[in-house]
Design a protein around this ligand. Structure first.
Ligand code: SAH
Length: 443
């Protein structure tokens, strides 16, 4: 800790030139003023809620609107806050920067609930946050999409660690931070009240909970759920969603509008749909008039549901082929068999959850994109995605460009894709921008 502080101080000195007394800082006019002692802040807070005081060299990001405080950015903690407790976040010179949830085990030690230090964090606060999030969707989406959409998207809706997806009259909620866990009941009450849904099902089984010291938990939280999948409609197509055993909360709602793009590209096309899950892109392509669609996924359960989804929409089953296989291997088999396609979709799982995995992920992205370029006919389109938070849109395009070069393919960027608007991104929180895609036309 000391070493880290010393290093960052050194960095600051390098910029400003002169060595400064650490108990002094410059105000806006450049005058050197005495910095109030942190002890004074403690005195002011006596008897008040627990508080964290930021390291003066590390408070910039929070003051610029980022909602996280890393453990290394905290100078002192007052009051002994437990997991998920509300803490006041103070700058080194004693200003209140907001209220957040404390997470003693996570490197992300505090996630901010609000910048209004006078706010009260209680059930009514969460009811209002949930109401506002749903209201924003109402302004964005038509009635059909509103019935199957992401209602709450974590930091972007002022509810870090909370995700809520609606599938018809069932809401699936996921809590992945200590603060979200602490207020879970209040948030679920709000979701139930604001949506009048039949059931709320919990899918708090994401791995990231471990980093917060939380056990996985799943099950019905409110109402009752029949056995078997829940029904939803997306762009006129019916999908069955297994909210209890499916991946994430059951369906990849973030690809809604990108599936519509694929539908528009699919007329008369031979389509290869890699990482097909429960048939999202496959059904979209068939509805768009595809001649044939080969879908590849390693999950037999997902493919079984994909077949049911196809039947539920009375699409021509003879045009659809479902292959249970590893995409990396199957692409090679298709190449060796001399197969080719007019439209290829690559929608792999998260290869790089954080930037630390970026290099290995880059190799995996390059591999599948290179093979896809080889399998693509001239004039055909590759629709390729990355949902890795650790790979930026810029880096992803570079990786795909490298794949095209190695495949000897010339390609044009027809469009850049992102998650549907019910998965918003805050400008001050670029980490929230996880899904990026490209539509590329091969010459
Ligand atoms: N395109 C889908 C979502 C894909 S999610 C949609 O629109 O709904 C990623 C999918 O990749 C999952 O279904 C998972 O089972 C599958 N998967 C993960 N690794 C795989 C691999 N190596 N080979 C084949 N499928 C894989």
């Amino acid at each position: 800790m000391t070493a880290r502080r010393e290093r960052s101080r050194g960095g600051a000195r390098a910029g400003s030139g002169a060595r400064r007394n650490p108990s002094q800082r410059r105000d806006r006019t450049g005058e050197t003023v005495a910095r109030p002692k942190v002890e004074r802040v403690a005195f002011d807070l006596a008897g008040d809620a627990p508080a964290v005081v930021l390291n003066p060299e590390r408070e910039r990001s929070l003051l610029r609107g980022h909602p996280w405080v890393f453990s290394g950015a905290i100078d002192r903690v007052y009051g002994d806050p437990g997991s998920g407790a509300t803490v006041r976040v103070m700058t080194a010179d004693g200003r209140a920067a907001g209220l957040g949830a404390f997470s003693p085990q996570s490197q992300i030690r505090v996630r901010l609930w609000t910048r209004d230090a006078a706010a009260v964090i209680d059930g009514a606060f969460f009811r209002e946050r949930v109401r506002a999030a749903i209201e924003r969707r109402r302004a964005l989406l038509g009635p059909e999409s509103l019935a199957a959409c992401r209602l709450v998207h974590s930091e972007a809706d002022g509810l870090p660690g909370v995700v809520a997806d609606r599938y018809g009259d069932v809401v699936v909620a996921q809590f992945t931070s200590a603060g979200a866990e602490r207020w879970r009941d209040a948030i679920v009450d709000a979701l139930e009240a604001e949506t009048a849904c039949r059931a709320v099902y919990e899918r708090s089984d994401a791995e990231v909970r471990e980093l917060e010291g939380l056990e996985p938990r799943t099950g019905v939280m409110r109402g009752a759920l029949d056995r078997g999948p829940v029904e939803m409609v997306e762009h006129g197509l019916r999908y069955r969603v297994d909210v209890a055993r499916g991946q994430k909360t059951g369906f990849y709602l973030d690809q809604r509008d990108n599936r519509a793009r694929v539908r528009d590209l699919a007329r008369e096309a031979d389509v290869l749909n890699c990482f097909g899950y429960t048939g999202g892109f496959a059904l979209a392509a068939l509805a768009g008039g595809a001649r044939s669609v080969v879908s590849v996924d390693s999950s037999a359960d997902a493919l079984a549901l994909a077949r049911e989804n196809l039947d539920a929409n009375r699409l021509d089953a003879a045009r659809a082929e479902w292959v249970e296989a590893d995409v990396f291997q199957h692409l090679r088999q298709l190449r060796d068999a001399g197969r080719s396609f007019d439209l290829i979709v690559l929608d792999p799982p998260k290869f790089a959850p954080t930037a630390a995995h970026a290099e290995r992920a880059a190799r995996a992205y390059k591999d599948i994109n290179l093979l896809a370029f080889r399998l693509l006919r001239h004039g055909g389109c590759l629709v390729t995605f990355s949902c890795s938070g650790g790979v930026s849109a810029d880096l992803f395009q570079k990786i795909v460009a490298g794949a095209a070069v190695d495949a000897g393919a010339d390609a044009q960027v027809l469009a850049r894709l992102q998650a549907a608007p019910d998965h918003p991104v805050m400008l001050a929180f670029p980490e929230g921008e996880y899904l990026k895609g490209l539509i590329l036309k091969k010459f």
